[in-house]
Design a binder for this molecule. Structure first.
Ligand SMILES: O=P(O)(O)OC[C@@H](O)[C@@H](O)c1c[nH]c2ccccc12
Length: 258
């Protein structure tokens, strides 16, 4: 399965990173920064659906999505278009992401940013904070319930949020028990790569209203947004549809239309 490969390669990457900057140093540096104000989750609490727009060059399911990849400019366009938050892929091998994209984008836009990566070590949370993240992704199928709870605690000390990603009913319950304040449902099945928006519609019903809910992946048009609005999701996470669109402002307007 692709997630196993991703986890393995991430593990190796983090071991290399620890040789450059030790875990103690990354932690101390992150803790010495100004504590965040949970900007990411606050942005999701607005009345209407919040758009989390993703900066993504490639993916295992689609290969290269954007040959031309002016990441800072893309992030600025998202900000001007009216996005609520931005997701930045930092996984280098399968998504062609980079931590420097996150850092540079944080220096050029003021929207809350999520570090989109496969967090398997607390090192990545502290390092995410150092690179300007207001949120990290915690994937249920990669982490135990107690680890998720522990990582949310680390995020709390830094004033950043955790988006806990679930695929099915069991993982939703795991996320709730672990104390998630934001749960994301990936509409893409990572075994088959097929997408189905009804996954979000179905699982939304299992999540209490006080927990923020994000529908992720495979969102293409205004009809999809209408369905998800009706299902009472708080936010949508959209990558490919925006990355492939020439005019991101027009695209967001079209998607958001009531
Ligand atoms: O490009 P899409 O289909 O709009 O999907 C965006 C986002 O949901 C997807 O990139 C994603 C969802 N969960 C992830 C976990 C890791 C990496 C990437 C993802």
């Amino acid at each position: 399965m692709i997630l196993d490969k991703l986890a393995q390669s991430t593990y190796k990457r983090v071991e290399e990173e620890k040789k450059q900057i030790s875990p103690e140093e990354v932690k101390a540096k992150a803790l010495s920064m100004k504590k965040g104000n949970f900007e990411f989750e606050n942005a999701l609490r607005s009345n209407d659906i919040t758009f989390i727009c993703e900066v993504k060059k490639a993916s295992p399911s689609k290969g290269i999505i954007a040959e031309n990849f002016p990441y800072v400019q893309i992030a600025k366009e998202y900000e001007q278009a009216g996005a609520g938050c931005i997701s930045v892929l930092t996984e280098p091998e399968y998504f062609k992401g980079d931590k420097k994209y996150l850092k540079e984008i944080s220096e050029n836009v003021s929207l809350p940013l999520i570090r989109k990566d496969f967090v398997i070590d607390e090192y990545m949370i502290y390092d995410g904070k150092l690179h300007g993240a207001s949120c990290v992704l915690l994937i249920c199928s990669l982490l135990s319930e107690s680890t998720i709870r522990n990582y949310i605690g680390i995020c709390d000390t830094l004033g950043i949020s955790a988006l806990v990603e679930a695929h099915d009913e069991m993982e939703i319950n795991k996320a709730i028990r672990a104390g998630a304040r934001i749960i994301g449902v990936n509409n893409r099945d990572l075994k088959t790569f097929t997408v189905d928006i009804s996954n979000s519609e179905r699982l939304r019903k299992l999540v209490p209203e006080n927990i923020l809910f994000v529908a992720e992946s495979g969102i293409k048009n205004n009809g999809d947004i209408k369905r998800l609005r009706e299902a009472k999701v708080d936010a949508v996470l959209i990558g490919e549809t925006f990355m492939k669109s020439e005019n991101k402002k027009e695209m967001l307007k079209e998607l958001a239309a009531m």
